[in-house]
Design a protein around this ligand. Structure first.
Ligand code: HSE
Length: 338
């Protein structure tokens, strides 16, 4: 059966997935029996188009690259808003990749709710809805006999959630500790090479690591949300965002970074969630760690998480934490698992 897909949002991450799907179309069909048609794209900036018979993905990507609105697409209906696209298109799977609003869930929350209520599976890298309403959305998915998958919300395509949920099934995760934001880790790495903060942030934005509003990255909100997702998904912590203590990297100066280097240390933005009694303590903040600590060697947009488990002790996963192809891939793995 051909899976009919609709993109809600078609920014860096959505385009990253589209490029992989084009490149791998034949393999996906032959190896995984995964045949797909993208029937709709609805993006606030790039325009929207819906054709129930399927869009030409290559043409869509060419239009986006040349700055032509998707509303100029030669066939189909144009101008459909996200909710109309979700409700009225013939897509059976919604790819939700609009901007993240960690504090409220943002419009993405309505997109995910609407899709699940309409019996459509959702794959998403959007952290807002998972951070704000995980329990509600999982219940909605169950009631409507569909799935809500969000591997890419933590460590982009590096399978951090799948590792803990599937491969470590049967283990109790007692503690999670790591580097979960690519932008800040990239900025700190560049500052250590002597680049100033503003230039490093600009470069992180150009490379597609930062959020649409990078304040959330540098002030630790992105890492706070990911810590919450880890705690609630893997430890049933039932925490709210505000219960995860947060401090970003904006207080760190070039001098702090150089001083740490002289002492044989390195500043990292560390995320941590740990079971304590009946609850879970979770926090995010800069820590000066010794250079021989495993997390000290994790540089640039690379991220890492160490899971402390009952049967295996510590298990660490290291890999990309942000980026177009890297996050696009997370959606592919979710689609394949559907
Ligand atoms: N802005 C995020 C980061 C993107 O830098 O890690 C991936 O969630």
């Amino acid at each position: 059966m051909t899976q009919k897909l609709a993109f809600i949002g078609f920014g860096v991450v959505g385009q990253g997935l589209a490029e992989i799907m084009l490149e791998k179309e034949k393999t996906l069909s032959e190896k995984y029996d995964f045949d797909f048609q993208v029937v709709a794209i609805s993006d606030i900036k790039l325009g929207s188009v819906y054709d129930p018979k399927g869009l030409d993905l290559e043409e869509v990507l060419d239009m986006v690259e040349s700055g032509v609105s998707l509303s100029e697409y030669p066939d189909g209906k144009t101008g459909w808003e996200p909710i109309k696209t979700i409700e009225e298109s013939n897509a059976d799977t919604i790819i939700e990749v609009t901007f993240t609003d960690m504090e409220t869930g943002g419009p993405a929350l309505d997109h995910v709710r609407t899709a699940l209520k309409h019996g459509k599976d959702v794959v998403s890298t959007n952290k807002g809805p998972v951070a704000q309403k995980l329990e509600e959305l999982q219940s909605l998915a169950e009631e409507n006999d569909v799935q809500y998958k969000f591997e890419g919300t933590v460590l982009s395509g590096t399978p951090a959630l799948n590792l803990a949920l599937k491969t470590l099934a049967g283990c109790e995760i007692k503690k999670v500790k790591g580097i979960v934001n690519g932008t800040t880790n990239y900025i700190l790495s560049k500052m250590e090479e002597g680049m100033d903060y503003e230039d490093a942030l600009q470069k992180a934005q150009e490379l597609g690591y930062a959020e649409a509003d990078p304040t959330g990255d540098v002030e630790g909100v992105d890492a706070q949300g990911k810590t919450l997702i880890l705690a609630n998904t893997l430890m049933d912590a039932g925490l709210d965002l505000k219960e995860v203590e947060r401090e970003g990297i904006t207080g760190l100066t070039l001098e702090d970074i150089e001083d740490a280097k002289e002492e044989g240390h390195r500043w990292k933005l560390i995320a941590q969630a740990e079971k304590k009694g009946d609850g879970v303590d979770a926090k995010v903040g800069p820590e000066k760690i010794p250079l021989d600590h495993p997390l000290a060697g994790v540089m640039g947009p690379t991220n890492a998480i160490t899971y402390t488990t009952d049967h295996l002790g510590e298990v660490t996963i290291i890999g990309p934490g942000a980026g177009k192809e890297e996050t696009g891939y997370a959606l592919l793995v979710d689609l394949l698992s559907l």
